[in-house]
Design a protein around this ligand. Structure first.
Ligand SMILES: NC(=O)c1ccc[n+]([C@@H]2O[C@H](COP(=O)([O-])OP(=O)(O)OC[C@H]3O[C@@H](n4cnc5c(N)ncnc54)[C@H](OP(=O)(O)O)[C@@H]3O)[C@@H](O)[C@H]2O)c1
Length: 270
């Protein structure tokens, strides 16, 4: 129970899921639908989006959230939303000097600016109703920095700081804020699309576990939930506490090669 309000009930609430055409977004949308939420789903690929919307009886909005004008359309459609799941994201992986200026701008716009602007648009109506919850999908890359991921790290570290600060800011206004930090996600999504084999000992979690964490975060008003096997969560925790030591250790364990392989497989998603 939050100060001054009740935790948002999923059944009968309206939830906006960005990036609903992607691997994790589809799982989140289906899980929220299963809990009785009404959905507004967004993405760029209209064919995938329309099919998902038809399956879930959802409203669909095909927009590119890196474009300021299109984001305005989303604000207008989102005024009645009780739950925001800011999930859309680009992998933004690769060495920094391999990015064009436009690619950097797009990664910052999709991964960081759009969630911030969406949150700003939703604070007034949610505060007025004294009820609402915002969930930001970050990553363990929001806690542990890796080579060939400086831009992605920048956006996901940024989203983590934003989410914790906003949570404190809205604590007494009846609006909950949560951050979800997945590690490597199996079955579908940007890691699977990279087609990279993980070294033994590095485990994955399926998209439905990320979706379950979203439900848990809303129902129990959790500030942050990691979704990864214990060793990966422990190493992210350690990297957060002691970044220099963790970085040296990860290098010796071959993290550079893995990071570059993943970046190579995600080159087409800029
Ligand atoms: N997969 C993982 O291992 C993993 C791990 C940690 C965190 N995450 C985070 O989880 C979230 C979802 O990732 P995912 O694995 O599901 O990736 P994904 O399958 O590549 O999906 C990304 C989603 O973001 C949307 N998107 C990208 N750029 C957009 C734009 N300019 N305008 C509107 N929508 C845009 C995509 O829409 P279209 O496809 O329609 O263009 C798609 O729905 C991301 O924030 C990601 O950083 C993923």
């Amino acid at each position: 129970m939050r100060l001054g309000s009740q935790v948002v009930q999923l059944s009968g609430s309206t939830a906006l899921v960005t990036g609903a055409t992607g691997g994790i977004g589809q799982a989140i949308a289906r899980t929220l639908h299963g809990q009785g939420a009404r959905l507004i789903v967004t993405g760029r690929r209209s064919d995938v989006l329309e099919q998902l919307a038809a399956e879930l009886g959802a409203s669909a909005l095909t927009i590119d959230i890196s474009l300021h004008d299109e984001l305005e359309r989303l604000f207008a459609a989102a005024q009645e939303v009780d739950i925001l799941i800011a999930n859309a994201g680009l992998p933004a992986s690769g060495e920094l000097d391999s990015f064009s200026e436009a690619e950097i701008d797009r990664a910052l716009a999709v991964n960081l600016r759009a969630p911030i602007m969406l949150a700003r648009a939703l604070v007034p109506p949610m505060t007025e109703r004294g009820r609402g919850h915002m969930v930001f999908i970050s990553s363990l890359s929001g806690k542990a920095a890796t080579p060939a991921a400086s831009l992605y790290n920048a956006t996901k570290f940024g989203l983590r700081g934003f989410s914790w600060a906003l949570r404190a800011e809205l604590r007494d206004r009846g609006v909950g804020v949560s951050l979800i930090c997945p590690g490597f996600v199996s079955e579908a999504g940007m890691f699977v699309d990279a087609d990279v084999k993980l070294p033994p000992g590095i485990g994955t979690r399926p998209p439905r576990e990320v979706a379950r964490a979203v439900i848990n975060a809303i129902e129990h008003d959790r500030g942050e939930i990691d979704v990864a096997p214990l060793p990966l969560r422990a190493s992210a925790f350690f990297a957060n506490l002691a970044p220099a030591t963790a970085s040296n250790l990860a290098r010796r364990l071959g993290s550079d090669r893995l990071a570059r392989e993943v970046a190579g497989g995600q080159r087409d998603k800029r």
